[in-house]
Ligand binder design. Structure first.
Ligand code: 13P
Length: 254
């Protein structure tokens, strides 16, 4: 059975103090009412990570970074390496988020370096993909996202590919309040799973967790997660409040 995962991407929000409070609240709520079948992950800004790792019980809540450097170490002012992320006790790293692709030039070549370093350091990449609005309107979203795979994660060995989590985040749904419909999400996730099956075989495809992201919240999570190919969510805005985040975590419950 593939893992169900709900991950919070805090993006560039919260002070260290506010982030630690949020982590404490998430931890308390997971301990009290979390779904034991769902892996909860929080991805705070880099400077919060060590503190958050020390607050959460790693058996119940995992921690991830939102990015890592494309170089292992050295004279790269301001960068944070995959090895550093791992040394905090974090387990996950988001790579290929559309905001990084758009604002920080994380193209496929850069992403391949980051993926290799994350994997070499024992981090689980949450690899993001997704199309902009113009592509969706042209109806070529499947080809667009498949090309993202072909340029990056389809170049990994099967052994490394198995370590990934994938997040489908249509750009037009991120932070817009306009979520993909349940049918649109299922259609894309099923397509991606079939593309993975074609590349690495059905067993690998069935074992790969594919999360949905983009205006996922407490009121639409249940419907989105009811789809057979939606294995959870990557949550932005709604992960900044422990109550709404936990309501999403519990979206798998009948
Ligand atoms: P929102 O949930 O705020 O739309 O953000 C989604 C996202 O980008 C998660 O990585």
């Amino acid at each position: 059975m593939r893992k169900k995962i709900v991950a919070g991407n805090w993006k560039c929000n919260t002070t260290v103090q506010g982030g630690l409070e949020l982590a404490k609240d998430v931890m308390a709520k997971v301990a009290e009412s979390g779904d034991p079948e769902v892996q909860v992950v929080v991805c705070p800004p880099f400077v919060h990570i060590t503190g958050v790792v020390s607050i959460v019980d790693g058996n119940q809540v995992k921690v991830g970074a939102q990015n890592c450097a494309a170089e292992p170490k050295g004279a790269f002012t301001g960068e944070v390496s995959a090895e550093m992320v791992k040394s905090t006790g974090a387990d996950y790293v988001i790579l290929g988020h559309s905001e990084r692709r758009e604002y920080y030039a994380d193209n496929s070549a850069v992403l391949n370096k980051k993926l290799a370093l994350a994997l070499a350091n024992g981090l689980t990449p949450i690899y993001c993909c997704g199309e902009p609005l113009a592509i969706r309107e042209a109806g070529t979203q499947n080809e667009y996202v498949k090309k993202q795979f072909e340029e990056t994660i389809f170049q990994l060995s099967e052994e490394d590919f198995r370590k990934l989590v994938i997040a489908y985040e249509p750009i037009w749904a991120i932070g817009t309040g306009k979520t993909a419909s349940s049918a649109q999400a299922q259609e894309m996730h099923a397509f991606l799973r079939s593309a993975i099956a074609e590349k690495f075989g059905d067993e690998v495809a069935q074992a790969t967790s594919i999360l949905y992201g983009g205006s996922c919240n407490a009121s639409n999570a249940k419907e989105l997660f009811a789809n057979p190919d939606v294995d959870g969510g990557l949550i932005g805005g709604a992960s900044l409040d422990a109550v709404s985040f936990l309501a999403i975590v519990n979206g798998f419950r009948a």
